[in-house]
Design a protein around this ligand. Structure first.
Ligand code: GCU
Length: 638
């Protein structure tokens, strides 16, 4: 039986439903608009893809109260400055900004060193630039941001395309739907305000350089593309040879180098193929995409020349899948520990290192060019170093490519620095996100041997749980490298004791000590012994003291070059009494800006622990350390 309804009831119902729909739509409009955009993605080796650069002069508007995005009741504005509007006759409201008339800021660069008035500025700044584009069929377009410190929002043609937190890792926003043929514009808001629940948190000992501090570009990829990939030398396995067609009797076993790896694809179908080729080795391999978009492969690589500081051999590696192809430049080596030794390509090594901040030589500010990297690593090479601790955050791809090319072993570090909120799950999620971005972006640099989880964190239970979680995540993401962290070390009399609970979760233990600067006198090192409660390799990941370049006096006159050199001289004897010491990285290669260092005439807002001044003046301690490295008089490999 068909139940018929009365026409009257139907009419009433439809009128009611119509009114309800209008009311809902109106309510939606009235809601404070919270622009949601898809989360940005990680692209491995983004710098190896063809790109349209967006570097150069961008319009910039300071907005200390962020009124370009938030209303007077702190709701996100639907007509914020991201609309890049021009005032028109008859407007019913004022347009109180104009990017066309605004001053320019250079990208990539921190804003602090571009204008005197911005040196200490902390807050939001808006950026805008126009660009022409001709979208292509079956192509996705990503906005690649090398780094934006600290919190950043991006819109293309007024449409929000992404938001990101974290000042030292690259990210990629899908702008395919927002870009159109012809003239386009992009607006960014970058806010370098420090937050208690940030990573890093409120206090650091470096300048809070804000802005689009690393390159920005547009990257095109096919609809099915490789977002992440990893290739590394497989741990040597015995490869047994048996008579053809018969696996009885073994005619011998040889070590055949194999390269293992995987590629992850977006938009591919299970069953698609990924190909890998290393032409110089006549090595090829392929893998089949599984249901998760991942293909694994294994290539025999006989005749491979292993990467090392002495022979930083790089190979061209072609990775392709469907219409996508990437040509990488990669070195292959193994890194592992055996007891208290660190083995590079199976041989014990000692890491003769130095710490480096991403501070630009001469001009100061955030380092972000190949020239900056060549200068800094050139000084490290001159020092006789084979190892650099890139503190305290992931450095940029230009630095890592230079380290691959010049032959430096690298300690890369997630900025879990000092006292972040270890009991806040949201802070853990931020640290995990930045770790994922760091490893996902930079996982194919032969130079990187150590992923550092943190620096000088308080040894509380919450801290240990937090960093153990990060260490577990890093191992799962990349089982081919070693996990470390720079720990604080306690003392009983003249004995330094390394018993921080975090040591259990590390492969290599880093400790920072400042005998002669923050504690005791330089000569105290002569009578200091060490007790290390872990049978693992140890790196003294920081030591040293400050000196104003050109300031001279006696060995005991603090702030002079002689005093700094004296600290170094007394350290070496102590180092040679630590049987499991496998590396040192003094703090630091070059003086760097820090608001914690105001001592007029000496620091002038610079931390002066550099072996070299920010203007390239080598201090006496540089010569002292250089001599020790050249004579191999400090450190033992076993
Ligand atoms: C700490 C810290 C550095 C800091 C240094 C110093 O060990 O890790 O970031 O700059 O000491 O006090 O100079």
């Amino acid at each position: 039986m068909i139940r018929r309804t009365f026409p009257f009831a139907s009419a009433f119902r439809y009128r009611f439903l119509g009114k309800l729909a209008i009311a809902c739509f109106a309510a939606l409009l009235a809601l404070p608009v919270v622009w949601a955009a898809p989360a940005p993605i990680v692209l491995t080796g983004a710098d190896r893809r063809p790109a349209t650069s967006l570097d150069g002069e961008w319009a910039s508007i300071l907005d200390p109260y962020f009124s370009g995005l938030f209303s007077f009741h702190h709701e996100e504005k639907p007509n914020g400055w991201f609309r890049n509007e021009q005032a028109k006759p008859g407007d019913t409201r004022p347009v109180e900004y104009d990017f066309a008339k605004a001053p320019r800021l250079k990208v990539p660069a921190d804003w602090n060193t571009q204008r005197e008035s911005l040196l200490f500025y902390e807050g939001p700044i808006w950026y805008e630039r126009d660009f022409d584009y001709q979208p292509k069929e079956h192509t996705r377009i990503f906005l690649h941001v090398g780094a934006a410190n600290y919190h950043s929002w991006f819109w293309v043609n007024g449409q929000k395309v992404c938001e990101h937190e974290g000042g030292f890792t690259s990210f990629n926003c899908d702008v395919t739907a927002a870009v159109h043929a012809g003239a386009n514009f992009i607006v960014a808001a970058v806010d370098n305000t420090r937050h208690e629940d940030g990573v890093p948190t409120l206090q650091t000992d470096w300048w809070n350089y804000g802005g689009l501090t690393r390159s920005v570009s547009l990257i095109e990829v096919p609809e099915a593309f490789i977002d992440q990939y990893d290739l590394h030398l497989a741990k040597p396995a015995e490869t047994t040879l048996a008579p053809h067609g018969n696996d009885s009797g073994i005619i011998g076993s040889i070590h055949l180098d194999h390269i293992e790896g995987w590629a992850h694809l977006v938009g591919a179908k299970p069953g698609d193929t990924v190909r890998v080729e290393i032409p110089e080795l006549h090595a090829t391999g392929s893998g089949v995409v599984d249901a998760e978009g991942r293909a694994v492969f294994l290539l025999a690589a006989s005749g491979l020349k292993r990467w090392s500081p002495e022979t930083p051999k790089l190979y061209e590696v072609k990775i392709s899948a469907g219409a996508d192809a990437i040509t990488e430049l990669m070195g292959f080596r193994t890194i592992e520990t055996r007891g208290t030794q660190i083995l590079l390509n199976g041989k014990p090594i000692f890491l003769s290192g130095v710490c480096i901040h991403a501070e630009a030589p001469y001009r100061t500010g955030r380092a972000n060019t190949g020239k900056d990297a060549e200068t800094l690593l050139g000084w490290a090479k001159e020092l006789g170093a084979n190892f650099v601790r890139l503190a305290h955050y992931p450095h940029d791809e230009t630095m890592l490519r230079a380290a691959d090319r010049m032959g430096f072993l690298v300690w890369s570090e997630n900025p879990v620095y000092w006292a972040v909120q270890f009991d806040n799950p949201k802070v853990l999620a931020k640290a995990e996100q930045q770790l994922d971005e760091e490893i996902g972006t930079s996982r194919n640099h032969a130079a990187i041997i150590l992923w550092s989880m943190a620096n000088e964190t308080p040894s509380t239970e919450a801290r240990t749980r937090f960093i153990e979680t990060l260490a577990g995540r890093a191992r799962a993401l990349d089982p081919s490298r070693l996990i470390t962290a720079a720990l604080l070390v306690r003392a009983e009399g003249h004995t330094k004791i390394v018993d921080d609970a975090l040591g259990k979760s590390l492969d290599v233990i880093g400790v920072n000590e400042y005998i002669g600067w923050y504690e005791q006198h330089p000569e105290t090192a002569d009578v200091t012994e060490w007790r290390i409660d872990y049978q693992k390799p140890l790196i003294i990941s920081e030591f040293g003291g400050e000196a104003r370049a050109g300031l001279h006096g006696g060995d005991n006159d603090r702030w002079t070059e002689e005093y700094q050199a004296n600290i170094y001289r007394h350290q070496f004897g102590m180092f040679n009494r630590i049987p499991q010491l496998r590396g040192i990285s003094p703090w630091i290669l070059m003086d760097f800006r820090s608001p914690n260092r105001p001592l007029a005439g000496i620091q002038d807002e610079f931390n002066r622990k550099g072996l070299i001044s920010d203007q390239g003046q080598k201090k006496q301690a540089f010569i002292v350390l250089q001599k020790a490295y050249q004579e191999h008089s400090v450190g033992k490999t076993q």
